[in-house]
Design a protein. Structure first.
Ligand code: FAD
Length: 390
């Protein structure tokens, strides 16, 4: 089999890249080791930057997003006795949108199937090879058990943190930067109308808590927990009680409801370079991970793809290698700025010690966001997202 771009992974990065390439006349084949049901149900991110929404809309993927997504013009930061709001349009002229990653993936899969473009689910033994030649290959065993070899012009690893593509870059060329945080997020989805119109990020001496949502009927809430905690030890009652304690504010109450999903996710920052090796390009979580506090992981994957799609169209359709040659440098600038922002939000809001000095430093940072318009603008600009292409 022959295609121009072989894409490993049908997460947001791989699916969006396939879509943008097809719109510009460049064929691609996407292979995914999970089933369609699995990738469409995988609960992950839920906040889209303005630039992500604009890109999806321009790519013809915004119809359901605009119908069912919730535009948010601000977020609340809270510490005991105080809840303060950042007004995004006033500070930046932009907003964010609450629309689950599950829904973004469903829209992308549907668009690909409607266009009858190749997308293979449930493949096994994915191998990328011959990366330093002009004819790299992507091999896999398809769901019927047949071994397939795709001859490509370019292979893209959009296969997430655990996928094989990053490991295909020779070890001596690879450099990684990593930080594992000493806490994790216990997240729940509950059938209950959100008790807030906009997200609440709460600092509390017992640990961070967050109130988010997926729709007018479904709330998404998180608690900072120790990474060694087991979800079996957290009954729904225990979770709601802890959320009530950490999110409490005079005159406000948290509505509870049936929990239908819960899990514990470790938190890490991770950046791997290079994002290009010969004819292999990496995009999204395959090259970098941010902790979820800044709501950036999915948006960063989209930003990579916005750059990479332009670079590959220029390379493969117009014979111009300039954008492909600068892809890594341009992408990494945004990756590091986003890594910094996500790390700052994380360390400002999570408690790691009982040391009252550390707590006061965190509270001073939070108060500064509301006493300095420069600090407020800095947080808001990063939260709503840098323009795509920067
Ligand atoms: C548990 C969890 C919770 C998260 N919560 C948030 C959040 O609240 N906010 C936020 O902004 N971000 C969050 N993120 C991060 C965000 O979901 C990711 O940044 C985003 O999914 C990145 O998209 P991607 O396409 O690069 O990678 P992925 O979504 O990981 O997609 C990679 C795809 O490659 C496939 N694949 C892997 N190996 C192979 C193989 N050998 N062959 C073929 N296919 C393969 C995988 O099955 C997957 O479908 C969370 C991530 C996780 C893991």
């Amino acid at each position: 089999m022959r295609t121009r771009v072989g894409i490993v992974g049908a997460g947001p990065a791989g699916l969006l890249l396939g879509h943008l390439l097809a719109q510009r006349g460049v064929d691609a084949v996407i292979v995914e080791n999970r089933s369609r049901d699995y990738v469409e149900a995988r609960i992950r991110a839920g906040v889209l930057e303005q630039g992500t929404v604009d890109l999806l809309t321009k790519a013809g993927l915004g119809e359901r997003l605009h119908r069912e997504g919730l535009r948010h013009d601000g977020v609340n930061l809270q510490w005991p006795g105080e809840r303060a709001r950042l007004d995004f349009p006033a500070l930046t002229g932009k907003s964010v949108w609450v629309y689950g990653q599950t829904e973004v993936v469903k829209d992308l899969v549907q668009a690909r199937l409607d266009a009858a473009l190749p997308l293979h689910f449930e493949v096994t033994e994915t191998v990328v090879a011959d990366l330093e030649t002009d004819r790299p290959t992507l091999s896999f065993t398809d769901s019927s058990g047949a071994r397939q070899v795709l001859d490509c012009d370019v292979v893209v690893g959009a296969d997430g943190f655990h996928g094989p593509s990053r490991g295909a870059i020779p070890e001596p060329r690879r450099q990684t930067w990593e930080r594992t945080y000493p806490y994790a997020w216990l997240g729940i989805l509950a059938h209950v109308a959100p008790s807030t119109d906009e997200l609440i990020y709460a600092w509390h001496p017992r640990g961070f808590a967050m109130h988010s949502m997926r729709s007018h009927q479904v709330s998404r809430l998180y608690l900072q927990v120790d990474p060694t905690e087991r979800i079996e030890d957290w009954s729904d009652d225990r979770i709601w009680t802890e959320l009530q304690t950490r999110l409490s504010l005079d005159g406000w109450s948290l509505e509870t409801g049936p929990v239908f999903d819960k899990g514990i996710t470790p938190m890490r920052s991770f950046v791997s370079s290079p994002m290009r090796h010969g004819r292999l390009f990496l995009a999204g979580d395959a090259a970098h991970i941010v902790p979820p506090t800044g709501a950036k992981g999915l948006n960063l994957a989209v930003a990579d793809v916005a750059l990479l799609s332009r670079a590959l169209v220029a390379l493969l359709r117009d014979g111009n290698a300039r954008l492909a040659d600068t892809y890594e440098d341009t992408a990494l600038q945004r990756v590091w700025r986003t890594t910094y922002f996500s790390s700052w939000m994380t360390t400002m809001l999570h408690t790691t010690s009982d040391d009252p000095f550390d707590h006061q430093l965190q509270l001073a940072q939070l108060r500064q966001v509301f006493s300095s318009s420069a600090a407020a603008t800095l947080l808001a600009e990063n939260y709503v997202g840098l323009p795509l292409g920067e």
